[in-house]
Design a protein around this ligand. Structure first.
Ligand code: ZN
Length: 210
């Protein structure tokens, strides 16, 4: 099978992300570039922790078409969003779409169009991240059909050149990296930062923190 190692890696990552609660209930999505214009994309509406290597789609990003299509499966509803992120940030090699409860709760308690993080050691886990710098992410409003987010996510990627993620209110987050390993590290760091800020706001509401 072509790209078997990369396909196995994607399946392994799906299992790990399922165990973190990021892709439960068939939610979320994942993609990995295997060549400059070729990407593996997970199927839609399936249990992510049970995906097998032969169930991944191979997609030509230049021609914008499926090259290898598994039988009886539909390509991810996130496909156009993945394409726009790849197009607008050419260094990106892997993207994770998570329905993490931390990402969702963060957008529910923050009505602004952005959210900023500062004074966390974990910021250093982001590529080029510094403890002493404020890191800002965009928050987009959710829509009924995920594919309708594609244009707004693509624009946010351009508008926030230092960000490695776009949050979607009440929905989740798209997180990327220049390799599968970097995307995984970014996803872990962001999820930590999201949870930390939700806890911070909760303590502030109780008057236990300034
Ligand atoms: Zn989603």
């Amino acid at each position: 099978m072509q790209y078997l190692d990369e396909k196995q890696l994607l399946c392994d990552l799906c299992c790990q992300f399922y165990n973190k609660g990021w892709v439960s209930g068939t939610g979320g999505g994942i993609t990995l570039k295997v060549a400059p214009n070729l990407a593996l994309i997970a199927p839609s509406g399936v249990q992510k922790e049970q995906i097998k290597p032969e169930e991944l789609f191979l997609f030509d990003l230049k021609q914008s078409q499926i090259i290898d299509e598994p039988k009886n499966l539909k390509i991810s509803a996130c496909t156009n969003i993945f394409i726009n992120i790849y197009q607008n940030r050419p260094s990106v090699a892997a993207i994770i779409h998570s329905h993490s409860i931390n990402a969702v709760m963060l957008t529910k308690i923050n009505s602004a169009k952005t959210v900023s993080f500062e004074k966390y050691e974990m910021l250093k886990g982001l590529s080029g991240g510094k403890y002493s710098e404020i890191h800002t992410l965009p928050i987009l409003d959710n829509v009924e059909y995920e594919c309708d987010l594609a244009e707004a996510v693509g624009q946010a990627v351009l508008d926030f050149p230092k960000a490695f993620a776009v949050l979607v209110r009440d929905h989740g987050v798209y997180i990327w990296g220049d390799s599968a390993a970097q995307a995984k590290v970014h996803a872990e760091c962001y999820d930590y930062l999201f949870e930390a800020q939700v806890r911070e706001k909760s303590l502030q509401a109780l008057g236990l923190m300034k």
